[in-house]
Design a protein around this ligand. Structure first.
Ligand code: ZN
Length: 303
């Protein structure tokens, strides 16, 4: 995941509005493109033309003001490059369609962005991004907000030692995996004889909410949990008032949900040094990353 920005509410000298680009095999999913996303993508080497989905949690400006730039850049790339950009689904809370339409048509542009609006009207599976299943779950903020979760399907891994015992090699291995069986030199072999299940990985995006059941549902057992961490515990009353979480709550969320790696982001400008967020959350979880603009964060390798 390429972190494009980490600021809540107001960009600072060091932090761009929060914004994220997740690369997953051949997919490129943008989350909450805040103001400045187009430029941050350029700085980070992320091609907006290659984006395969955009997920917007809610329509506060720090989560969506980058949409006009993303959409117009798609149009520009579509007009000027030989390769036509593919349709781009943009997921967002359905009751914010007016804001989506304004952002989409924010200024003069010949719109050939191939954008496909995907308003969300309730929780559950809302689509596929490549092989990944995309789910939306309501969070509890000051307006309708959905968190997102991506799940990769389980796959199969060939066990080289078992395959070697069968005496099957070369292109025949592909036939065995494809049709499920193959008559090798040592007799019939099935796919199950030479493979093990490779558990699919998962990622959750929990942004702008108080601690709630929806956040727990999204984060349940994920490999990578990206969580808002707007305040420190010492400002917990502010967090409650503005319907945000503290770093401590993000740590508690990751621990309670059994998430493997926690990424803290969406920092209030009152904390110029976000490492204090990491210190606070690390009291509850042992794999905490404090997001920094333009620094990638790896999904932990398969267990
Ligand atoms: Zn918000």
């Amino acid at each position: 995941m390429v972190v494009l920005g980490t600021a809540s509410q107001l960009p600072t000298r060091r932090r761009s509005h929060n914004s994220y680009a997740l690369r997953w095999d051949d997919q490129l999913i943008l989350f909450d493109p805040g103001e400045g996303t187009q430029r941050q993508c350029t700085r980070a080497g992320v091609s907006i033309a290659r984006a395969t989905a955009v997920c917007v949690t809610h329509f506060h400006g720090d989560h969506c003001l980058g949409l006009p730039g993303v959409i117009q850049r798609r149009s520009f790339d579509n007009r000027t490059t030989a390769a036509t950009v593919k349709p781009l689904p943009i997921f967002f809370p359905g009751d914010g369609v007016q804001y989506f339409e304004r952002l989409r048509h924010a200024s003069i542009s010949h719109d050939v962005s191939a954008v496909v609006p995907q308003p969300i009207d309730g929780p559950g599976v809302i689509g596929k991004v490549g092989d990944l299943t995309l789910r939306a779950v309501p969070l509890e903020h000051r307006c309708t907000t959905y968190g997102y979760r991506l799940d990769e399907p389980d796959g199969l891994s060939v066990v080289p030692e078992r395959l070697a015992e069968t005496g099957i090699g070369g292109p025949d291995v592909g036939v065995l995996l494809e049709q499920g069986w193959f008559d090798g030199p040592n007799g019939r072999v099935t796919r199950d004889d030479v493979t093990i299940t490779r558990k699919g990985q998962s990622m959750a995006f929990v942004m702008d909410t108080v601690m709630c059941d929806g956040a727990l549902e999204l984060a349940d057992g994920v490999d990578l949990l990206v969580s808002e961490s707007t305040y420190l515990h010492e400002h917990a009353p502010l967090a409650a008032e503005y319907r945000h979480m503290t770093a401590r709550q993000a740590g508690e969320l990751a621990a309670a949900a059994g998430a493997r790696r926690l990424v803290l982001t969406h920092f209030s400008a009152r904390y110029p040094d976000a490492s204090v967020m990491g210190d606070e959350a690390s009291e509850f979880h042992n794999d905490v990353v404090v997001a920094e603009d333009l620094v990638p964060v790896a999904v932990p390798s398969r267990a």
